[in-house]
Design a binder for this molecule. Structure first.
Ligand code: ADP
Length: 228
């Protein structure tokens, strides 16, 4: 079976487990899901499929920051994000926590349908900010952790490009773009060797703390191997 589908079906099985609701003891499907993993691990591809399948809102902090950074008139946050993202650094925790909480609180559709949060948390402090929330609508039900060896992460990230019109990702070896799209392909500014090394190092430095925080908070973490 194709790798993308194999991983997606495994995620569906894990999400089907659901959680017992406190009132009636019935099992409810997970509707507040965190998607987590190193850069270029296939989160975007899986996010699209999970959102289609479960009808939840997709909240990507990377997309939110890129929208701010690439706005015709970037806000102060947008300008700051542009510089930090280009070198593969992280925006400050307090700024990101405020941004995500505001979005989850204000977006009624997300509260109603549930959400898939992608790109957050990046640090233990960010994880704890969700776990200490009293509002149930901000607390994740489960964490989907996608993994892939570093060598493959580098091969994917350093080769990938995106169709500017549809957002579809391509790769010269694994998913070659059709010739008619050549003129509209774009490359992420942070998919350079140096920025990627930094993003990978940040991920490695924080992953154990983030997982420990979720486990201590009673949020199940499911791991998926996206290597083959
Ligand atoms: P990837 O998972 O491929 O690294 P994202 O699109 O999730 O990419 O994020 C792109 C960039 O946006 C990150 O490298 C970082 O600079 C910034 N960013 C996104 N989410 C966060 C966050 N939760 N905390 C700090 N910085 C973030």
């Amino acid at each position: 079976m194709h790798r993308v589908m194999r991983v997606f079906l495994a995620i569906c099985v894990a999400l089907a487990a659901g959680k017992e609701s406190e009132g009636d003891g019935e099992t409810k499907p997970y509707r507040q899901i965190l998607l987590f993993g190193p850069p270029a691990v296939g989160k975007g591809t899986q996010a699209k499929k999970i959102v289609e399948r479960y009808g939840v809102c997709h909240i990507s902090t990377g997309d939110m920051l890129r929208a701010e950074a690439n706005a015709a008139k970037p806000s102060p946050i947008g300008k700051r994000a542009k510089a930090v993202m280009a070198r593969g650094g992280l925006l400050p925790d307090d700024l990101m926590i405020r941004m995500v909480k505001k979005r989850l609180r204000k977006d009624k559709a997300c509260r109603k349908k549930g959400w898939l949060l992608d790109g957050f948390p990046r640090t233990r402090l960010q994880a704890e900010a969700l776990l200490t929330e009293r509002r149930a609508s901000l607390r994740p039900d489960a964490v989907v952790l996608i993994e892939r060896p570093d060598e493959l992460v580098k091969e994917f990230a350093l080769g990938r490009c995106t169709d500017a019109r549809t957002g579809q990702t391509y790769h010269p070896v694994y998913a070659p773009p059709p010739e008619e799209l050549y003129d509209q392909l774009v490359w992420r500014v942070d998919d350079t060797y140096e920025a990627l090394e930094r993003r990978l190092a940040d991920h490695k430095a924080s992953i154990d703390g983030i997982i420990a925080a979720f486990e201590a908070g009673g949020v199940p973490v499911r791991r998926f191997d996206n290597a083959r």
